[in-house]
Design a protein around this ligand. Structure first.
Ligand code: PMP
Length: 409
């Protein structure tokens, strides 16, 4: 039985009580975004009702409350990913903005003509396009770690890609399209041995497994609040102090300066140097509350329970005639991508929606990896800790019915 009370957890998430097409909602679109527990919703409302102010630059009481709440959230993030120092945690809009910040600021300074950037075949477009844009601007080259037929990266091929022109290696920890858990610690170590920096995209990992940035050893770790039961519009860049201190700011404006004259601006130390303008204060506070919630359930408990759910779901789906599972690596989290013979992915998605079951169908902003498997789209149920075995049974029942109707269509 599960290491926590799943039904008690489900009662904390108001959206999970919704009905869709007369059925109790099943939310299997967690890789796209997760739902928010009442404590997160309440925390944001409390901020606006009792603490709302701009931060860091006023003598009044509410400025102090808002600053405390915002900086308290930063400390929660630090502990959540075991960062050494709270100043290394920078709030941004999300993973996309985080990677753009690193590509523009670090890449702008350190990547030149003929240099190389390595990503994997598994990456989300957010971890491809910013590097591609930067490479095009600099005359640098984007190189790609291939994957095997299970969807796992080929480390030997990666070793061959590394050379003294490699400036940075940017890889996802968990694939949003296939669920592959990538051996990022090893990838980071090899990058460092080649003299390159390493960025880990944690958008799909932080809600499913313990992340310790000191253990990973990467230079940058990035994630989005909305995929870890927090609000949209808030995310994190963690970077090593010495790397961040060496980087130029990427946006200029208020909050990030120490002194401005028309001749010259002196910037604030990190993290403010990278937080120009009024940030998303309330949602940072909401993210802090989401982390509190995850800590209460326990990330190890979550990982253990989700593993059992995933193994069960993959076996059930894989046993249906005509189902092709895409992404069958031994180490996976959350995602069960598949195609069903005789049906478009949209048809499967609509049939599931008719039964109140929400899945993503499409390319999942990861076209290169789907094309590696010869498809343009998949059906992608993705799990979170509030999902149940019963919900998987409901999904499997619909897919099995469609599979059975295939011949008579
Ligand atoms: N990387 C990965 C692995 C993702 O799954 C996502 C979101 N699907 C992103 C980056 C982009 O995150 P966001 O849209 O929150 O910026």
């Amino acid at each position: 039985h599960p290491p926590f009370d799943v039904h008690a957890v489900r009662r904390d998430f108001p959206v999970l009580q919704e009905r869709v097409n007369g059925k109790q909602l099943v939310w299997f679109d967690n890789a796209a975004t997760t739902h928010k527990p009442q404590s997160v919703i309440d925390r944001i409302a409390y901020f606006y009702a009792h603490e709302n102010s701009n931060i860091h630059r006023a003598a009044h009481e509410l400025a102090a409350r808002a600053t405390d709440a915002y900086e308290g959230a930063r400390e929660r993030v630090r502990r959540f990913i075991n960062a050494p120092e709270v100043e290394e945690v920078i709030f941004v809009r999300g993973t996309t903005e985080a990677i753009n910040l690193v590509a523009k600021s670090w890449g702008g300074q350190h990547v030149g003509e003929g240099d190389e950037i390595i990503v994997s075949n598994l990456e989300h477009h957010a971890n491809i396009v910013p590097w591609q844009q930067m490479a095009a601007a600099k005359g640098a080259k984007l190189r790609v770690i291939p994957v095997d037929d299970s969807g796992q990266v080929l480390l030997d091929e990666y070793r061959k890609l590394l050379n003294d022109r490699t400036k940075i290696v940017a890889v996802t920890q968990v694939s949003n399209a296939l669920g592959t858990v990538v051996p990022v610690k090893e990838i980071v170590e090899l990058a460092h041995r080649a003299g390159a920096k390493a960025l880990v995209d944690g958008a799909q990992s932080v809600s499913h497994m313990r992340v310790d940035v000191q253990d990973l050893g990467a230079d940058f770790f990035v994630f989005s609040g909305h995929k870890v039961f927090g609000p949209t519009g808030i995310g994190v860049v963690w970077g090593k102090r010495e790397v961040l201190e060496d980087m130029p700011p990427w946006q200029g404006g208020g909050n990030m300066i120490a002194d401005v004259t028309f001749e010259k601006t002196v910037f604030q130390p990190i993290p403010n140097k990278f937080e120009a303008g009024t940030g998303n204060i309330a949602d940072a506070v909401g993210l802090g509350a989401a982390i509190d919630y995850v800590n209460k359930v326990g990330i190890e408990n979550i990982a253990r329970y989700e593993h059992d759910l995933l193994v069960y779901g993959m076996a059930q789906l894989g046993a249906i005639p005509g189902v092709r599972l895409i992404g069958t690596a031994a180490d996976k989290a959350s995602v069960m991508s598949f195609a069903l013979d005789g049906y478009s992915t949209e048809e499967v998605g609509h049939a599931l929606n008719d039964e109140g079951i929400a899945v993503r169908t499409g390319h999942h902003c990861a076209q290169p990896i789907l094309r590696r498997f010869g498809v343009e789209t998949t059906v992608r149920p993705s799990l979170a800790f509030y999902n149940t075995f019963d919900e998987i049974d409901r999904l499997v029942t619909v897919v099995r019915r469609l599979a059975g109707q295939r011949r008579t269509r």
